[in-house]
Design a protein around this ligand. Structure first.
Ligand code: GLN
Length: 256
């Protein structure tokens, strides 16, 4: 645990600001007890964001907790990808597949004031967080959860589970012991959900509509980059590690 984490957790335990903690000389026994409880959870390996109940994504706070994937900084590349294809005033509909905390969908709604979205999520725990986050940003009228009334979209976004099943055991303990396997395990080659989403996109994505996927590894990247199918490579955004974390695909025109 870093010093900074300790400070955040101490402030969180007492429900006060970090500057108040820094100005305090000592704590009451009862306060010490509360602080200890949170610090020992962190020492046991629980992710900081689960203990704090919040995670930052694209400069905004999102509620998180056990059962939902913690938003990753790398996933912000999906928002950059959307900004590459649509101007800020663009009016469009999107489907966010496997929305988790809702961080991608909600950020799109906030960055593109004329967009509206459907958020899909099969985990009841995650759905609960998506709903809370949607309410937090007062966006209930521009997005709906697991709603099948919209039949066709301009954009599909997804950070699907993409880790090959046999690699799950080698993930960091903080991830594999605490975060939901449902949000990580993408089947034998990690690509089950990409295949599923692409097959659905034949029906629910408009001709010349876009897909923005988060990618997990170079094999997945090569498959999309070289595919000459009905979904064409249309761009990419690199993460801080210089990996093409977000890929943009474009559906061919119907008459092609
Ligand atoms: N990026 C996540 C991780 O590193 C994986 C998320 C996913 O499978 N989509 O653990």
């Amino acid at each position: 645990m870093t010093k900074q984490e300790k400070l955040w957790l101490t402030a969180h335990a007492l429900g006060v600001s970090t500057s108040e903690i820094l100005s305090r000389k000592n704590f009451l026994d009862e306060e010490e007890k509360k602080i200890r409880a949170l610090l020992s959870r962190r020492e046991g390996g629980e992710p900081l964001q689960y203990i704090m109940g919040q995670a930052d994504f694209y400069g905004r706070d999102f509620f998180v907790g056990p059962g939902v994937l913690i938003p990753r900084h790398d996933t912000e590349t999906l928002i950059e990808a959307a900004k590459k294809i649509f101007p800020p005033e663009k009016n469009f509909s999107f489907l966010d597949w496997g929305t988790g905390s809702g961080c991608i969908a909600i950020t799109l709604l906030l960055e593109f004031k004329n967009s509206r979205g459907v958020m899909l999520e099969q985990s009841p725990e995650a759905l609960n967080y998506a709903e809370k986050n949607l309410r937090r940003y007062e966006l209930e009228d521009r997005a709906s959860l697991n709603d099948s009334s919209t039949k066709i979209f301009d954009l599909i976004t997804s950070n699907p589970p993409y880790i090959p099943s046999h690699e799950i055991d080698s993930l960091m303990p903080e991830v594999k012991n605490y975060e939901p396997r449902l949000a990580l395990d993408g089947g034998e080659d990690g690509m089950n959900f990409y295949r599923l989403i692409l097959s659905e996109a034949r029906r629910i994505l408009k001709p010349e509509g876009f897909i923005i996927f988060e990618l997990g590894d170079l094999n997945q990247y090569k498959v999309f980059k070289n595919s000459g199918s009905e979904f064409l490579f249309a761009g990419e955004i690199f993460d801080g590690g210089n990996f093409p974390r977000a890929i943009i695909l474009r559906k061919r025109h119907e008459n092609f």
